[in-house]
Design a protein around this ligand. Structure first.
Ligand code: SF4
Length: 244
């Protein structure tokens, strides 16, 4: 059971995080680097294939990765991979997708949800790649963030998986949930969570941290029913300590 003082401090930290617009410094780290390293090692041992991109949306050319990652919002990788052959069979390059009719693209991706906005975004992204970057995917965070539909999560995935660069930690819904539960971060603000993770883990691991946390989120730490009793990091997890 958490002491009252700790609970109050935790609550203040959480509230600070919720009102943080992203410009404030990172919240205090709850887990130290040594323990975070232990947690990460246990998860890497548990999910040895997590860092392999085979069969994932992040496998492919930089153009494919950026488009598929934009499409992956609010849906599963499996659903995105289903539309991949038809989409790139018809529009294999930014030049082809940039001049596509929106309704034709919508027809291919309609199973993904939000398909109007997604079709618009990937056409606009292709136009930006063509107009501003000579038809190539740029290799810096600043340039990637200028592309419609691309935020830091997508940019980090493209940089790491398609271009081999570690510039940040991609924070998706699994990473956000697990960072809070495990005690890597005290906020639900993705910008602050990314800063906290970058402070906690060595740069060489930033890309892999995302993949390993996603694997754990899918296999064990479900949003609604986390399987804490069989979790390999239950002895170090803040969520378990608080709910004991
Ligand atoms: S102990 Fe439970 S809450 Fe903590 S990481 Fe494992 S499954 Fe998630």
């Amino acid at each position: 059971m958490m002491a009252r003082g700790s609970r109050v401090a935790w609550s203040i930290l959480e509230r600070l995080g919720r009102f943080d617009g992203g410009s404030n410094p990172p919240c205090p780290i709850l887990m130290n680097q040594r323990d975070a390293k232990k947690v990460y090692s246990l998860l890497v041992q548990t999910y040895p294939d997590a860092r392999e991109p085979a069969g994932k949306i992040c496998r492919g050319t930089p153009f494919e990765v950026i488009i598929l990652t934009i499409l992956s919002a609010q849906t599963t990788d499996k659903a995105v991979l289903k539309v991949k052959p038809a989409l790139f069979g018809r529009y294999p390059t930014p030049a082809k997708l940039a001049i596509a009719k929106q309704e034709d693209v919508e027809e291919i991706i309609h199973s993904l949800g939000y398909y109007h906005a997604k079709a618009k975004n990937i056409i606009a992204a292709s136009q930006a790649l063509l107009d501003d970057f000579g038809g190539s995917v740029p290799a810096t965070m600043d340039e990637l963030l200028k592309i419609p539909g691309v935020g830091r999560k997508t940019a980090n995935i493209v940089l790491y998986h398609a271009l081999g660069k570690n510039e940040g930690v991609a924070v998706d819904t699994h990473v956000r949930r697990l960072a809070q539960r495990i005690g890597f971060s005290a906020t639900d603000n993705v910008t602050v969570i990314e800063k906290d993770l970058m402070a906690l883990f060595p740069k060489k691991d930033w890309g892999d941290v995302t993949d390993v946390l996603i694997a754990h989120g899918r296999a064990t730490c479900d949003a609604k029913k986390p399987l804490c009793a069989e979790c390999v990091i239950k002895g170090m997890c803040r969520w378990v300590k608080e709910n004991r």
